[in-house]
Design a binder for this molecule. Structure first.
Ligand SMILES: *[C@@H]1O[C@H](CO)[C@@H](O)[C@H](O)[C@H]1NC(C)=O
Ligand SMILES: *[C@@H]1O[C@H](CO)[C@@H](O)[C@H](O)[C@H]1NC(C)=O
Length: 508
């Protein structure tokens, strides 16, 4: 989603390189059979063509045109993927991607939110999927990423209403029915665990709701309760879709269905009991608010205690619905962060979700307290290993796909990106050797996209896009050639202690 700060602090890497050096060298063959190396995009950030061929506006379109948008671009043309997907599939094939992860635009496929399917939208996704199949690339589709049809937001406040469950399930039914013969890897939705805060607490992503004194310049919303309503209806909608897939499609289509979480490695700032507990609470909010219901049919105790009656409770029917409702978990992972106890929370007369966590976050141990959302820009490859271990120890050995990992780097000679990816891929392999069931790794992003916070200025792509020109010309960066060497030519990756590449940062 581009949920990270465009700002990067290169010197952090230097600080991190002081560990004992243990070199690791590996090739793509060291990963388990069928491991899906890929790259990703998302509909609104990639397709453009916002009002073409019957597509209706989504909440992200609306938000991007509003005064609340934190970047200066509307995203209307994005990377023009709607017209250029064939060229992009060819580039994917040249790189040697095993898998491509994209998201489907609800308002392109079903412009009224429910009911009639738009034939042109259907054709676009069919054509793109066929192109991928022809190129021998696995199709990994996500059904939803932040682009609710505006018409449903207007009708019943979208994700804040239980009515979303039936509409989302009906939309997913169309996706499974129309594409499921070729798409075997389904993610229902992206990052609901952090979007709850971004969209409904601080209001800095669509639909941009929040309430005083939280967020900025809020006109509509309720930061105290809406993040929890959003989370609850996301869980129910997701689980309803999983039930549908299992009952109606899975036996024939033989695919898998899961959900995506935004992940951070959260370190306790000190060894004090208060800080360790604050870190556990933060992890419970970030991971447990989704994973705990999946495993145990209810929210974590610490979350229930912090949010009280503002957190909806599961009926016994709902509890049964969410329990076990996943085949895999997708993780978007970019960064690590330090947490300490926030002693002031108990004095607050009204709390938002962020305050309920009861933690303060900072980028470095001795650095300034930082960041509301998105938290973290610390480069810390070992953090990914820690997260995978944390999930395994707390929730069991569940199947994981790393669905987004990457960093901005404008240069065509994007050595910083290559170093970052090498170190995080090494961390993934180490986690697998340590017993994690990781089945795929996807770079964010395949090509430069319209980013949530940076607009056209934060460049995450293996392939650059010229946003100054509506032709949106593509040019592979050095990282595309490097990834291709790794995937197709069996070229080894060498890193020291998972993060050895810090030296190159000073040279650039
Ligand atoms: C938010 O909702 C709660 C519960 O309905 C209510 O008590 C509170 O006054 C609302 N806050 C705002 C800012 O509307
Ligand atoms: C987790 O599952 C994977 C895949 O089945 C397996 O290879 C791995 O050994 C398991 N890890 C542990 C710690 O049991």
């Amino acid at each position: 989603m581009g949920g990270r700060l465009p700002l990067f602090l290169p010197w952090l890497l230097l600080l991190l390189s002081s560990h004992a050096v243990t070199a690791i060298s590996f090739t793509v063959d060291d990963f388990p059979d069928g491991f899906a190396f890929g790259a990703g995009t998302a509909a609104f950030q990639y397709e453009g063509a916002v009002d073409e061929d019957g597509k209706s506006p989504s909440i992200w379109n609306t938000y991007a045109h509003s005064a609340r948008n934190p970047n200066e671009h509307s995203g209307d043309f994005a990377s023009d993927g709607y017209h250029k997907y064939k060229e992009d599939v060819k580039l994917m094939k040249d790189i040697g991607l095993k898998a491509y992860r994209f998201t489907i635009s609800w308002s392109r496929l079903i412009p009224n939110g429910r009911g009639a399917v738009n034939p042109k939208g259907l054709q676009f996704y069919n054509d793109m999927i066929n192109e991928l199949v022809k190129a021998g690339i696995q199709v990994h589709a996500a059904i939803y990423h932040l682009d609710l049809p505006q018409i449903l937001e207007d009708e019943y406040n979208g994700w804040l209403s239980p009515r979303i469950v039936d509409d989302f399930t009906a939309y997913a039914d169309v996706c499974f029915r129309e594409f499921g013969d070729r798409v075997a890897h389904w993610t229902t939705m992206m990052e609901p665990n952090i979007i709850a805060q971004g969209s409904y607490d601080v209001g800095i992503v669509a639909p941009g709701r929040c309430s005083y004194p939280f967020g900025r310049d809020c006109t509509v919303g309720n930061s105290t309760v809406e993040p929890y309503l959003f989370l609850h209806y996301n869980l129910l909608a997701h689980s309803s879709v999983v039930r549908l897939y299992r009952e109606k499609y899975q036996a024939v289509q033989k695919g898998i269905v899961g959900i995506n979480l935004y992940s951070l490695c959260i370190y306790s700032l000190t060894d004090s009991a208060e800080d360790i507990q604050a870190t556990e609470r933060a992890n419970d909010f970030l991971f447990g608010s989704i994973l705990h219901p999946f495993l145990f049919g209810d929210y974590p105790e610490s979350t229930k205690k912090a949010a009280g009656a503002r957190l909806p409770s599961f009926s016994s029917y709902e509890s049964e619905l969410v329990t076990g409702a996943f085949d895999f978990i997708g993780l978007n992972h970019y960064s690590s962060i330090y947490a300490s106890n926030n002693p002031d929370v108990s004095k607050m007369p009204v709390r938002d979700q962020a305050a309920d966590i009861g933690a303060l976050f900072r980028e470095t141990r001795d650095g300034q307290a930082a960041i509301q959302y998105p938290p973290g820009s610390m480069v810390d490859p070992q953090g990914l290993e820690h997260v995978l271990k944390y999930i395994r120890e707390k929730y069991g050995n569940i199947s994981i796909y790393i669905q987004e990992n990457g960093r901005p780097d404008d240069s065509l000679m994007d050595v910083e990106r290559i170093d970052f990816l090498k170190a995080y891929i090494a961390s993934t392999l180490k986690a697998i050797r340590d017993g994690a069931d990781v089945k795929g790794y996807s770079v964010w992003s395949l090509l430069d996209l319209y980013e949530m916070f940076g607009g056209y200025k934060a460049h995450f792509g293996l392939i650059s896009v010229d946003f100054k020109d509506l032709r949106r010309q593509r040019q592979p960066r050095l990282s595309a050639y490097w990834y291709s060497d790794f995937l197709k030519n069996n070229v080894a990756i060498q890193v020291e202690n998972g993060e050895a590449t810090a030296t190159s940062h000073e040279q650039i």
